[in-house]
Design a protein around this ligand. Structure first.
Ligand SMILES: Nc1ncnc2c1ncn2[C@@H]1O[C@H](COP(=O)(O)OP(=O)(O)OP(=O)(O)O)[C@@H](O)[C@H]1O
Length: 207
């Protein structure tokens, strides 16, 4: 369950936002749409615990993110939230595989077999040893998805995952995200202004 209450955010010397309340029951996904500059990425950062709101609440299952201490929030985020960024950044000195390995949480059993299965599902097993600078855009995006889901997060956020993709690749990425969310039992929240993405979601909020 993802729930927000009277979320407000203000950038220093920038715009102020009051976001509509959100309530998405467990096992359901959500699409957040809206024109450029309306605050979609800002809202995603609040929902993911990346930026602290001026006021209001974000609850993921029974945890109220901003009632946690900063260190507790960091660890909650690491264990329960995955984010696929619009432009993913990787540690460029490391291989694709190593970038996933450094994201995996401590104490997971059979780490390498878990990661190997994941890269296979995402079709990047032949690129696992490549340095990330040598990956294509589509491969980087799939690596970004792999890194976001390696810890089977309760919630998976995706920021404009189909931006600049042609129709074919846009459907491949959307189907991959939905499939992975289902396999991991994660709720998928996708932010977009891409009309092609609408058909994949039952719940939508237009900012
Ligand atoms: N760090 C910042 N400081 C000040 N203003 C900012 C900052 N980041 C974003 N903004 C402004 O806040 C507004 C909302 O930005 P945001 O990125 O959330 O919009 P968006 O709906 O995701 O846009 P897009 O679809 O173009 O990515 C924009 O007007 C932007 O210029």
């Amino acid at each position: 369950m993802i729930q927000t209450d009277k979320l407000k955010f203000t950038y220093k010397d920038g715009p102020e936002f009051s976001f509509p309340d959100i309530k998405v029951p467990s096992k359901e996904n959500l699409l957040i749409t809206g024109n450029s500059g309306v605050g979609k990425t800002t809202l995603l950062h609040l929902l993911a615990g990346i930026r602290r709101p001026v006021s209001g609440k974000v609850e993921i299952n029974d945890t109220s993110l901003y009632d946690l201490k900063p260190s507790e929030l960091d660890s909650f985020r690491g264990n329960n939230i995955g984010v696929v960024f619009q432009q993913p950044h990787f540690v460029s000195g490391l291989s694709a595989l190593e970038n996933i390995e450094i994201a995996i949480k401590k104490g997971v059993a059979n780490k390498s077999s878990h990661i190997n299965k994941l890269v296979k599902r995402l079709g990047i097993e032949n690129r696992a040893s490549y340095k990330t600078n040598n990956l294509s855009l589509g491969e980087k995006q799939r690596l970004g998805i792999a890194r976001a889901i390696v810890n089977k997060p309760q919630v998976l956020y995706a920021d404009e995952p189909t931006a600049s993709l042609d129709d074919n690749n846009a459907s491949i990425v959307m189907e991959l995200l939905l499939e992975e969310a289902e396999i991991n039992n994660s709720q998928l929240v996708c932010i977009t202004h891409d009309q092609r993405v609408k058909k994949y979601f039952k719940n939508e909020i237009d900012l």
